[in-house]
Design a protein around this ligand. Sequence first.
Ligand code: EPZ
Length: 420
Amino acid sequence: MYKFVINGGRKLAGEVVVSGAKNASLALMPASLLAPGVYSISNTPDLMDVSTMSKLMETLGARVTLAGTTQTIDTTRVKNFEAPYELVKKMRASIYVLGPLVARYGYAKVSLPGGCAWGPRPVNLHIEGMEKLGAEISLDSGYIVARAKKLRGGKINFDVSSVGATGNVMMAAVLAEGTTEIGNAALEPEIVALGEFLKKMGAKIEGLGTPTITVEGVSELHPHDFENIPDRIEAGTFLVAGALAGGTVNVANCEPRHLSALLSKLEEAGARLEIGNRFVKLEAPEKILPVDVSTAPYPGFPTDMQAQWIALMARSTGSSVVADNIYFDRFKHVPELIRLGADIEVKENIAFVKGVGALKGAKVMSTDLRASASLVLAGLVAEGTTEVLRVYHMDRGYEHIETKLGGIGADIRRVQSEEF
Ligand code: EPZ
C-alpha cells in the first residue's frame, strides 16, 4: 500500500502533458473483440484500470501488451466468453465486453458489477439495450447470461443518458442484422472516439456526438489501428490544481473543445486562460471567486470533475453550491476535505461550500478515483503536510500523478504505508 505525502503551499509552474483517455481506452479495448486480428491503439495510458481490462481480455483468450503508449491487442484466439466476478468487481467498465461478445459469438456471461464506493450503479440500461437487439438475457447467481443466434437491429431510447450503455449497445448493433437507432445517446467524446474506431473497422454509424445514433449492421468487421483521444478529466484535474495552488500551468496534449464547460467555470472563478489548439494555459486567480456548478451529461459540467471543483471552492472567497445530478451520493471526499479544514455541508445531492482562508494539512483517506484527486489537490494548497492514504484509487485513473505534479513544482512523494 502507498500513500502520498504532500507539503502544501507551493505554487505550480510549467507544462504538464496529458495522457490518453482512460474512459475511451476502456471502450476501445473490448471493441477489438468484434473482429479477430491484431490492433494497435496509440496514446494508451498506463493505468490500473487499463491493466484490469487487459487481464479481462486475456481471460477471454486475447493477448494484450503495452509498449510505451502503444497498446497491441490480438483477438485471433478469443475462445472464452465469461467475465469473472473477481475482475468485474474491480472495475465496472468490464461490462463493456457484453455487447461485443454477444454480437460476435452469440454468448456472454458477465458478472454483475455490484456497487462502487458511492453506492449502487445499475446496469439495467445495458441489459434492456441487449434485449431490444434480440438477446435473451437471464441472471444466474450474480452473472448476466446473454444469448443470441443473431442480433437484429432495433429502436432503443434510453430514459437516462448513459455513457456505458450507449457504448455497449453501439458495439452490439454494428454486427446486428438491420438498422439500430439509439435515442438519448451519450455525446461524450469517449463514445464518439469508440464510434470512430468502429467505423474504421468497417461499421456503418451515423450521428456520433448527437443524441441519436443510427447503426446499419454489417456482416463482419476488420481490425484497424487507432489513436486514442486525450483524457479530458486528467486535463481538467491539472487545470483545477493550477487554479487552486496558484501560479501558471500549461496543460499540453489536451483537447480544449472537450473541456468547454469547465473552462468557462474556471474563468468565472477568476482564472485567466490561453486556449490553444492542443493546450490550455492557466494563470491562477489572485483570489478564487465562488462559482456554482451543476453536473450534467456532456457537454455539461462533468460529474468526474465535481470532487475537484469542491476542493477549489473550499478556498474561494465566498459561498458556492455544487450539485451532482448524475450520481446523487458521490460526496465521499467531503468528510475528508472537512478534516483539512474545509467548510462544506451536503444535503442530498448538493454540497454547500463556504470558502475558508486556509486549509490545514492532515491525514486523509481516498475512497474512490476522483475523490482521491480532490484530496491531493487540497493537499497542494493546505498549510503543512497532508498524507493521502490508499493511493491505489488514484492509480486507477491518473498516470504517474506524483511525477506529473512534481514536474510542475508540487512537493509530493509516494511513500510505502502499512496504514489502511
Ligand atoms: C462513465 O461511467 C464513466 N466511466 C464514469 O467515469 C463517469 O462518471 C460516468 O460515465 C458519467 O459520466 C467510464 O466511462 C469507464 P453512465 P458509466 O452509465 O458509463 C445511470 C471515472 O471517474 N445508469 O453514463 O457507468 C447511472 O446510475 C468514472 O472515470 C442507470 O441508471 O456511467 C448514472 O446515474 C467514474 N442504468 C447515469 O446513468 C444503467 O444501466 C450515468 O451513468 C447505466 C447507468
